[in-house]
Write a new protein. Structure first.
Length: 413
């Protein structure tokens, strides 16, 4: 499994505080005996604002944790204004998983009365402590698995807060076996695309005009364009190999149909990353004055790409594996979970329908933690797709197959 740990940010008072009924509550004991052991048991990193390491403005760090944390546990026992301020922030920036807890007997304010609140009693009594731990752990586990909505704000308003992506620097692979698909796999690869040398085909999420992005923009298109170009010593482009070939393949046309695949060679990627072909997928369409948006069905890009791999024209290239980014979710603004669902569904459906396909592994790139979470949740919801832990074959190119299926008509080189 991957070594990345999810985080839980705890919002609560510190030290001993007087409750609204005049009772003294030791919140440090609640944290040390109830909350932190529960989070540790789930193999998550537990963080509380007053325990954040390092110098700097404490409120800035607190706000960052409220935003970044996969889970937040909020103790509303003392009806502390600071706690409710941070809870409001959390409900605004995160759809889930926010867990409310309180000491038994606390009167819940009207505005959050409809929310689920876990009660804990005397934590000095082991039985009651264990009961509260189990309830909190169950709520967190279910929330992470279902990725539902527990925010009263997101229940009413479609709030979308742009995230600063947590870039995954380490390359790891998670392999999933597809049932009824003759030993074929869907595999997630984390980290930078530049470190990928497993895939015969790299998919470039492109516009229907097939105009690659400028080399130094932050897109897959620009990265593939730069990596595939011939460069001099300082790294300046001498020959724009992939972009030039793509222009030739277009044969003077200004655009292609949505979902079409235009095939080019890999340029320098053949030498640096063992890439055999680059498939340029028409995944987004531009509109004057409105910019780019995803095509109606991004899954078409997957189906057409896999059919292209199996086509007679590609037989000599012996293409066995392909890697897709999370198509249509960059500047085009497509919803990450919806697009991931379409892409994975298309791949799994194709592999099951074509057991004799030459395609043996479909890779999906998880450049950020958000990408990884999305791919994992999507795969977890698909029947007949099973994670394969610690396989020695993980990441290796499968042996060649001899049979192939027909293909849908696509634009190709």
């Amino acid at each position: 499994m991957l070594s990345y740990r999810k985080t839980c940010f705890v919002i609560m008072p510190f030290g001993e505080k007087t409750d609204v009924d005049g009772s003294i509550v030791n919140f440090d004991a609640v944290y040390d005996q109830l909350i932190k052991p529960t989070i540790d048991s789930l193999d998550m990193e537990c963080v509380r604002a007053d325990l954040i390491d390092g110098a700097g403005f404490i409120h800035r760090k607190m706000f960052q944790h409220v935003y970044d944390a996969d889970v937040s546990v909020v103790d509303i026992t003392s009806l502390n204004p600071n706690v409710f301020y941070e809870l409001g922030m959390r409900h605004t920036v995160k759809q889930c998983v926010t867990v409310l807890i309180q000491r038994k007997g606390t009167k819940i304010p009207f505005n959050i009365r409809q929310l689920n609140v876990i009660e804990y009693e005397d934590i000095s009594v082991q039985e009651k402590l264990d009961q509260a731990k189990r309830r909190i752990a169950t709520f967190i586990t279910n929330g992470l698995e279902r990725h539902g909505n527990d925010s009263i704000i997101h229940d009413v308003v479609d709030v979308r807060v742009p995230a600063k992506p947590k870039v995954l620097s380490r390359k790891e692979k998670l392999r999933y076996a597809v049932s009824d698909a003759n030993g074929k796999f869907v595999t997630l690869i984390t980290g930078d695309l530049r470190n990928v040398d497993e895939a015969d085909v790299w998919v470039n999420s492109e516009n229907t005009n097939m105009q690659m992005a400028r080399p130094f923009e932050q897109t897959i298109s620009s990265l593939i364009r730069y990596l595939g170009a011939r460069k001099d010593g300082p790294g300046h482009i001498v020959k724009d190999l992939i972009a030039d070939e793509l222009a030739v393949r277009m044969k003077g046309k200004s655009s292609v149909d949505a979902g079409s695949i235009v095939v080019t060679g890999p340029g320098e990627l053949a030498r640096t990353n063992q890439v055999k072909k680059v498939f340029h997928a028409a995944a987004v369409v531009g509109q004057v004055g409105k910019g780019y948006s995803p095509i109606p069905s991004v899954g078409m890009c997957v189906t057409n790409a896999l059919e292209c791999m199996d086509s007679p024209a590609m037989r000599a290239a012996a293409l066995r594996s392909i890697i897709f980014p999370l198509i249509g979710t960059g500047s085009a603004g497509g919803r990450r979970r919806d697009n991931a669902q379409e892409l994975v569904d298309a791949a799994v459906t194709y592999l099951r329908a074509r057991p004799n396909s030459r395609v043996e592994t479909v890779y999906f790139l998880a450049w950020t933690q958000g990408d990884l979470d999305t791919w994992q949740r999507t795969l977890r919801d698909i029947p007949g797709v099973e994670f394969v832990p610690d396989s020695k074959k993980n990441g290796k190119r499968p042996a060649a197959r001899r049979t192939a299926t027909g293909s849908r008509r696509v634009a190709r080189g």
